[in-house]
Design a protein around this ligand. Structure first.
Ligand code: NAG
Length: 292
């Protein structure tokens, strides 16, 4: 008979092995990709972005997919960001410091053991990694309205979750140490995202940001990246925004374009389908996932 002591020793060893394993070893394999990153730029019409040669050629240059029928949710910025991770605008109709007690993508990812982080440029957490819920910070380049995680009380009331909202400089550290989370939301600052600058500035920043990542095999390994804009520039029109899927986790569509009707809720639908997470019971439940 196997002794209880022996069984305890085996269990103790197994637990030690699991907790000692680097984060990267514990990834949850997805149906189509193992890592997903969303990068959100600010306030441009699809037609304007397509006039920028880098942006219009980006999908083809990386054998990715340009989504030619992707609509943002509303105006102004904040409800679009809330929609991306919450599956609905959840009562947000302006840029403000409101909060919601609703669930978010985090409540689907964590029970499935899928790691996540919000990388926010020029964001500094409170000491010890606490959530800073301020509207902006001293640098003037960070804005709460572009960091959706900070508006969900199920995140901000949880110290461990707050530690996953990090300054964007952490991304290179996570790549180097092999601790890249599986779901990544990247918020550029008010200059890099084009909000306080221009489309051309945002495009130049994006090129400098994404090109090295796509050639870095420590980052781009069964990785799907969605590059998108929060909303169109004009409050008239259909709110069409430029969106592109690139990365080794992307199966390029013919001619590197896809005219399927997508929207910000497709982000949740895609992540949910990839890892079999169910849904939030919001608009994510009926949204169309990307072809990946
Ligand atoms: C682009 O991706 C598609 C789908 O993954 C693949 O079939 C095709 O060979 C790729 N083309 C190039 C030029 O790499």
């Amino acid at each position: 008979m196997v002794s209880l002591k022996f069984i305890s020793a085996v269990i103790a060893t197994a637990v030690a092995v699991v907790s000692a394993a680097p984060l990267e070893k514990r990834i949850v394999t997805g149906n189509s990709f193992d890592h997903f990153m969303v990068v959100v730029l600010e306030n441009e019409d699809y037609s304007a972005v397509m006039k920028n040669s880098y942006m219009s050629g980006l999908a083809a240059a990386h054998n990715g997919t340009l989504l030619t029928n992707y609509l943002a949710t509303t105006h102004p910025s904040q409800p679009n960001y809330i929609a991306m991770i919450g599956g609905a605008t959840l009562g947000f109709s302006s840029d403000n410091d409101g909060t919601t007690s609703s669930s978010s993508i985090v409540d689907l990812l964590e029970p499935a053991g899928i790691t996540w982080k919000e990388y926010a440029e020029n964001y500094t957490p409170l000491s010890g990694g606490g959530c800073d819920t301020s509207t902006s910070q001293a640098s003037g380049l960070y804005r709460r309205k572009h960091n959706p995680f900070i508006s969900f009380t199920k995140i901000t009331s949880n110290a461990a979750r707050c530690k996953n909202i990090v300054p964007a400089t952490q991304l290179q550290t996570d790549i180097s140490s092999g601790t890249l989370p599986q779901f990544m939301f990247y918020t550029p600052n008010m200059n890099n995202d084009g909000h306080d600058t221009s489309l051309s500035t945002a495009a130049t920043w994006l090129k400098g940001f994404i090109e090295p990542l796509l050639t870095n095999t420590a980052f781009n390994k069964r990785t799907a990246v969605l590059l998108t804009w929060d909303e169109s520039a004009s409050s008239s029109g259909n709110d069409q925004v430029w969106s592109v899927l690139v990365g080794t986790g992307v199966v390029a569509q013919p001619k590197n374009t896809d005219s399927t009707a997508y929207n910000h809720y497709s982000i949740l639908a895609t992540v949910e389908k990839n890892w079999g997470l169910g849904n939030l019971g919001q608009k994510d439940a009926t949204a169309t996932p990307f072809k990946l």
